[in-house]
Ligand binder design. Structure first.
Ligand SMILES: [Zn+2]
Length: 350
């Protein structure tokens, strides 16, 4: 499958943290034909193993989950109250279209309702509304009408708009953090179809990264890797008004090699190895400047006696909003870099 089509099906799939079933359902048939063993563990991580010439495991991780909401109360008049899951910016929630996923898997459209400016004081208009004061309107006029649609307390929801293909190789969509990492893993497995890797490659499509790197932790325990890479969609802040270190990465600048973030300081020889591999194959790359956030590498490198772990990220503008933008050439270059790393990672052992 071409990368854009893959991104489209992954971005459009519903997958709030803890409710990743639909994303796993997209991925499973894709990796089944590319791996020697595919399984889903107790937390819902999808694990695909491609056996290499040798037993030591190289773990490649991407998280399936996206930030979202969870219905915590149904008003008598049919409005849904919710709590947030993961790191939302409160300013962007109001007046967005949402998808609610009922227990039977059906998807229901809604909108986060707001009052028109006419009814707000100047002060109210100036500050973001806390999530507790917001509500989802699915066009149901009573709690009974909500129940009749199968929507209940405990159902997840997220802001959602359909994936768009833009000119010059750009795509816009929700959850590119980290469906783009999932897409990279699938394409790396596809690239390995015709050759047996030296190390055994275990791909973990992890759950619940956005609420504390949870799936990656247990995936690393069971896979017991000696080397690992977390593949992410990361902040590109190459936009007006942001300069220097706050830019983190630039869209179109190639995959970003992690140096350090709040969850890990990558061993310098791993950073250098990734740089050397990129340079020797003519793959553009950038360094992800030490600053914000954490990735699954933070959980993986602390597994058992410690794992040589790093990160490769695809720059995405506007992550943690329903409309992220990325350049597909950065994705293809990330696939090339990670595939090349798979071929050379064993040289870092011993
Ligand atoms: Zn992420």
């Amino acid at each position: 499958m071409d990368t854009v089509t893959l991104l489209e099906s992954l971005s459009n799939a519903f997958g709030v943290s803890g409710f990743e079933d639909d994303v796993r359902r997209v991925l499973h048939p894709l990796v089944a034909g590319l791996a020697d063993e595919v399984r889903t563990d107790a937390l819902g991580n999808l694990i695909a193993v491609r056996r290499g010439r040798t037993a030591p495991v190289l773990m490649l991780d991407a998280h399936m989950d996206e930030i979202g909401m969870i219905v915590n109360h149904v008003e008598d008049a049919g409005f849904l109250r919710f709590a947030t899951i993961g790191g939302w910016d409160a300013r962007i929630l109001p007046a967005q279209a949402v998808t609610v996923r009922a227990q039977d898997g059906t998807l229901h459209r809604g909108v986060i309702g707001t009052l028109p400016p006419h009814l707000l004081s100047t002060e109210e208009r100036a500050k973001p509304l806390p999530a507790e004061s917001l509500f989802i309107d699915i066009g149901a006029d009573s709690a009974a009408a909500v129940a009749a649609r199968g929507v209940r307390v405990g159902d997840p929801a997220t802001l959602a708009y359909p994936f768009e293909r833009w000119p010059d190789g750009h795509v816009l969509g929700k959850a590119l953090d980290d469906r783009v990492g999932c897409a990279v893993l699938v394409q790396v497995l596809a690239a390995l179809r015709s050759r047996t890797p030296e190390m055994t490659v275990a791909c973990a499509f992890a759950v619940s990264e956005e609420v504390g790197l949870r799936g990656a932790r247990t995936a690393a325990y069971q896979l017991d890797p000696v080397i690992a890479l977390a593949i992410e969609g990361t902040v590109a802040a190459d936009v007006p008004g942001v300069a220097g270190a706050r830019q983190v990465t630039r869209m179109g600048g190639g995959p970003a090699i992690s140096v350090a973030d709040r969850s890990i300081i990558v061993r310098p020889h791993l950073v250098r190895a990734l740089e050397r591999i990129a340079a020797s194959r003519g793959i553009p790359y950038q360094l992800k400047t030490p600053l914000y956030g954490g990735t699954d590498a933070g959980a993986i490198h602390l597994n058992r006696a410690g794992v040589l772990a790093g990160g490769v990220s695809v720059p995405c503008r506007y992550i943690h909003t329903p409309l992220s933008l990325l350049r597909t050439r950065d994705v293809e270059d990330a696939v090339r870099l990670v595939t090349a790393f798979v071929e050379e990672a064993h040289t870092l052992l011993g």
